[in-house]
Design a protein around this ligand. Structure first.
Ligand code: NAD
Length: 435
């Protein structure tokens, strides 16, 4: 039942070998602060009533209000949401944002709902969790199968409940409703900044670097588009329906145009028209894409995509995790033994939450920045933290993931320790005993 969370927690065991963590800190990092399960009744278009199950988990708020996306997917469950909230806690600390971690989700297949049903469900979810969120408390954002429009409905519902305009309650909103410029592409942009730092450090020439991307959604598309513009060669793309491959290289923008004209909500990458003929593609399954012989395999779909089953068959020279938790801990060990570095999710996909942080700052200040300023600020943070992490991994001869956890947990531990730990209270000399 708690498989994913147990796996997520096993990373802490690795970190423990390299850091002196107070028992207090370790104990607190093993339990979410709040885990809420809600029932959301929705009147469907045919007049029937359906009750959906939703979750909001706030893992830790020592470093600031909690922050984390909302996922709509049939497989959403408390174990997954708790794991994602734990990763958010680490991620916000890795890039030094003044936030703790949270996550939310609804077990639903949004492709089966009409837009009106989707709006009722999204507003119903906010009514159900309104008591625990807020601009100074817990700030949701988009995740898998949620988008800016849904965030706009949610922010509006919250304003109606609170009887005031509080745009800082949710990030990833449409730009016309207080969203930040650059937010939509931020996760892909941040991932590219990390890849560029890695490439410079390891003498990878973009023009000679082939990339396969699993998950051609928001994060994967913007990454592929920007990486292609930066000179990298995208040779394969996939979504939940299947993938395409072309050694000559694919144009992500052209493929996305093709995908959008076919059907808006349902993801389709089957290429049977001129677009794919032009690219002289070959169709391939998701499993095959993961095993392609490429320089960089980018994982931008869901968790647990690389496991002990397929890790021995990975031919990529390095992995870039844009999705959260796409490589499980056993696969991590196998890849590490095979000398395949994994650039970890808690750094690579942190561009999204970083620009969400910028959106929250802009909403609270009521003063908005232009896109260049946002990307410059994003680059400063991603470059700085990536460099720091790569150096830590080299100095201590540890994996990039362990270095990332070490880096983040040191900040979390610093904050928790300031409140006092067992060691502090036991060692305090000359403390007056109060009756
Ligand atoms: P999205 O819903 O826009 O895209 C997900 C994509 O993955 C879709 O194209 C879907 O068809 C595809 N997909 C699903 N199952 C697949 C499979 N088995 N094989 C190949 N493709 C598959 O979601 P997103 O926002 O792009 O998020 C993707 C991942 O990135 C998630 O793990 C999410 O938590 C993570 N992430 C996203 C952001 C963000 O800002 N969007 C930020 C941080 C992390």
């Amino acid at each position: 039942m708690t498989a994913l969370f147990d796996d997520a927690q096993s990373r802490l065991t690795d970190v423990m070998k390299h850091i002196e963590l107070s028992d207090d800190v370790l104990e607190r990092l093993q339990h979410p602060k709040l885990a809420l399960t809600v029932s959301i009744p929705v009147r469907m278009d045919d007049g029937s009533l359906r009750v959906f199950t939703g979750y909001r988990v706030q893992f830790d708020d020592t470093r600031g209000p909690t922050k984390g996306g909302i996922r709509y997917h049939p497989a959403v469950n408390l174990d997954e949401v708790t794991s994602l909230s734990f990763w958010m806690t680490i991620k916000c600390a890795v890039v030094g944002l003044p936030f703790g971690g949270a996550k939310g989700g609804i077990a639903v297949n949004p492709k089966e709902l009409s837009r009106l049903e989707l709006e009722r469900l999204s507003r119903g979810y906010i009514r159900a969790i309104a008591d625990v969120i807020g601009p100074k408390r817990d700030i949701p954002a988009p995740d898998v199968y949620t988008n800016a429009t849904i965030m706009g409905w949610m922010a509006n519902e919250y304003d109606q409940i609170m009887r005031e305009q509080l745009p800082g309650v949710i990030t990833g909103k449409p730009v016309h409703l207080g969203g930040s410029l650059g937010r939509e592409a931020a996760t892909g942009q941040g991932a590219l900044y990390v890849l560029q730092q890695w490439a410079a450090r390891n003498q990878l020439d973009p023009g000679q670097t082939t990339i396969a991307v699993q998950g051609f959604g928001n994060a994967g598309y913007h990454f592929a588009r920007l990486a292609s513009q930066a000179g990298f060669r995208i040779v394969a793309l996939s979504d939940s329906q299947g993938g395409i491959h072309s050694t000559a290289g694919l144009d992500p923008e052209l493929i996305m145009q093709h995908k959008r004209t076919r059907r808006e909500l349902k993801a389709m990458l089957y290429c049977d028209s001129s677009v794919c003929e032009e690219a002289s593609y070959e169709a391939l399954s998701n499993a095959d894409l993961l095993e392609l012989d490429v320089d960089v395999l980018v994982l931008a779909a869901l968790e647990n995509q690389i496991t002990e089953q397929n890790a021995p068959q990975i031919h990529a020279r390095q992995l870039l995790e844009i999705a959260n938790g796409p490589v499980d801990s056993r696969a991590d060990t196998i890849l590490s033994e095979r000398g395949i570095p994994v650039l970890p999710d808690v750094l690579v996909n942190a561009g999204g939450v970083t620009v969400s942080y910028f959106e929250w700052v802009q909403n609270r200040a009521g003063f908005y920045w232009d896109e260049d300023e946002i990307n410059e600020r994003l680059k400063i943070i991603m470059d700085r933290e990536a460099q720091c992490l790569f150096e830590l991994a080299d100095d201590k001869q540890i994996s990039l993931r362990t270095a990332a956890y070490l880096h983040g947990i040191e900040r979390i531990s610093g904050a928790m320790t300031e409140h006092g730990t067992r060691e502090y209270f036991q060692k305090q000399p000359g403390t007056r005993q109060h009756a």
